[in-house]
Design a protein around this ligand. Structure first.
Ligand code: ATP
Ligand code: MG
Ligand code: FE
Length: 342
């Protein structure tokens, strides 16, 4: 079965084809970064319009590159939520219409389930069960994963998501949108010993996170240090490094705790922040010492993409799930409401 996947939940138009037995056949992502960077963040209405502009040419491009005709597609999966409602509507309307025109089943996919299962597109793929750390622009969650659709929430952020903290802190550092990767780049040049930031909520039991305090901490550090800095660029890099160290350390501490508490020996990292090099390295080192394995996808499958949507669509369509002609995009949608696969 060949499934066309469509991702439009935020500011990336992602298109891919996944085929059972073969894997990822083709994929393309168009990022709207340049469009939104002038505003310092995603402007929802502009995002919707740009998806409208890009979606059909990108679908054509992916099918052409894979030398596939539309007649060879057996199902269509589109992101139905969570995300920006206007952006979701574009992917859902186009995806559902194509499926109807082609006479194949369609399915609305949960964006975070896409992130969660994307590491299974890689070799070696993590077997179930595992603990997943979902770290993206809108979510920071620790999830126990028994199988597809069999999830238990172990902990989540009580305020900002890790990616959101990266982005907001990057703004304080005068870095361009998208802040996360730019902050990580600046931190490369920073000295990890000069400043030490707190590791929020690690001194008490539990698996929840809080990242908004780190952003405020950065603001105060910048106000204290920059006016009297001999080399302000150096100071900015050192602060970026201290921030990144604090986020990475906090995530590592909670992941280790989650593995110990559940007894699982596999940890999966997913979502945009899992592209962070230092996070991957530190996590791998610490968890290997603990006798556990760490899995994460290539960076292009960490951030938003169509491949994860095609893959989840394939899994669920194969299991017989599909949707009627009506589309039902949801800005908010809990992953715990998804039906388990047998
Ligand atoms: P969600 O998936 O929760 O709906 P989203 O789709 O906007 O949110 P993703 O596309 O998964 O999020 O990830 C984008 C986030 O990842 C941004 O916050 C970005 O700053 C962050 N990010 C990407 N690369 C890095 C990196 N190397 N270091 C730190 N953060 C990064
Ligand atoms: Mg994005
Ligand atoms: Fe995402």
């Amino acid at each position: 079965m060949k499934v066309l996947g469509i991702e439009t939940s935020c500011d990336e138009t992602g298109i891919a084809v996944y085929q059972g037995g073969r894997g990822l056949v083709a994929q393309a992502v168009y990022s709207q970064t340049d469009l939104h960077s002038a505003y310092g963040g995603v402007v929802p209405e502009l995002a919707s319009r740009d998806h409208v502009r890009k979606i059909l040419p990108l679908i054509r491009q992916v099918l052409d590159e894979a030398r596939l005709s539309s007649a060879s597609i057996d199902g269509v999966a589109y992101t139905a939520g969570p995300g920006l409602i206007g952006a979701l509507l574009v992917g859902a309307a186009v995806g559902r219409s194509l499926a109807w025109a082609w006479g194949v089943p369609a399915l609305g996919v949960h964006h975070m389930e896409g992130h969660l299962l994307a590491p299974r597109l890689e070799t070696p793929a993590p077997d179930f069960p595992f603990v997943a750390l979902l770290v993206s622009g809108g979510h920071t969650q620790l999830v126990e994963v028994i199988g597809v659709g069999r999830y238990r929430m172990l902990g989540e952020s009580v305020d900002d998501a890790a990616g959101e903290a990266f982005d907001k802190t990057a703004k304080l550092l005068d870095l361009r949108y998208p802040g996360g990767p730019n902050l990580a780049r600046l931190a490369e040049r920073g000295d990890p010993r000069r400043f030490r930031f707190p590791r929020p909520m690690t001194d008490r039991p539990g698996l929840d996170f809080s990242f908004s305090g780190l952003k405020t901490f950065t603001l105060h550090k910048l106000r204290d240090e920059l006016p009297r800095a001999v080399d302000p660029d150096r100071t900015r890099a050192d602060i970026a490094r201290a921030f990144e160290e604090a986020v990475v350390d906090t995530l590592v501490i909670k992941c280790r705790r989650a593995l110990r508490e559940t007894g699982h020996r596999r940890l999966v990292l997913a979502g945009g922040v899992s592209a962070n090099r230092r996070l991957r390295e530190r996590m791998e080192r610490v968890m290997t010492d603990e006798g556990s394995e760490v899995f994460y996808p290539r960076p292009a499958l960490c951030t938003d993409n169509g491949a994860m949507v095609a893959y989840v669509g394939w899994l669920r369509l194969m299991a017989g799930q599909q949707e009627p002609l009506a589309i039902r995009p949801r800005a908010r949608w809990s992953m715990l409401d998804l039906p388990p696969l047998p």
